[in-house]
Design a protein around this ligand. Structure first.
Ligand code: SF4
Length: 179
């Protein structure tokens, strides 16, 4: 090896470009097979980091941090980086699961039926717990239900929940990001 080749080899090694740094494998970005990218928000905690969801043939193939997010600027913590497992993992449920009062097993419900059942229960609980006044003071509220949000709710969802529950007359509306 002449002096010039030796110098080039040393520079390549110092820069991490030498033979030892080359596995010989062809590398391809995990997102390269996607035909669409959808903007989303990490579902795990109230930080609300932005995500780019890569989709191929209608299926989620990768989830990366969104550089456009003013919250996270492309970063995700280890939990958020593993969001792909949440969407594609084998234990994910794709139907509404329902266990009747005194039931011993879970049943599948279609979404429309479940939504109607929830609406019926909300209206009934609101009516049952309604108070026009307390001790002569006008209250016009219901104690029939409360809202306790958890870690997966972001600011926008909490805003809408607060608006909805307040409009329904609820006064017990809370969020706890560690639940
Ligand atoms: S779990 Fe991690 S990535 Fe997800 S919103 Fe919270 S901090 Fe961001």
């Amino acid at each position: 090896m002449d002096a010039r080749a030796a110098e080039a080899a040393i520079i390549a090694t110092v820069l991490g470009l030498g033979a030892a740094a080359d596995s010989g494998k062809f590398r391809q970005a995990r997102t390269s097979s996607a035909d669409a990218v959808v903007k989303s928000v990490c579902p795990y905690c109230a930080v609300g980091c932005g995500q780019n969801v890569y989709v191929s043939d209608g299926k989620v193939v990768q989830i990366e941090g969104d550089p456009d997010s003013p919250v996270s600027r492309g970063r995700l913590c280890p939990k958020g980086s593993a969001s792909l497992q949440l969407t594609t993992g084998g234990s994910r449920q794709y139907t509404v699961r329902y266990r009747r009062p005194f039931g011993t097993k879970w049943e599948d419900l279609d979404l429309d039926t479940a939504m109607d059942m929830i609406a019926d229960r909300v209206l009934a609980a609101r009516r049952r717990g309604w108070q026009w006044e307390v001790d002569g003071d006008r209250t016009r509220r219901t104690l029939g239900f409360a809202s306790l949000g958890g870690a997966t709710l972001d600011n926008e969802e909490n805003y809408l929940i607060k608006k909805l529950f307040t409009a329904l007359g609820a006064i017990q509306i809370e969020n706890q990001a560690r639940i």
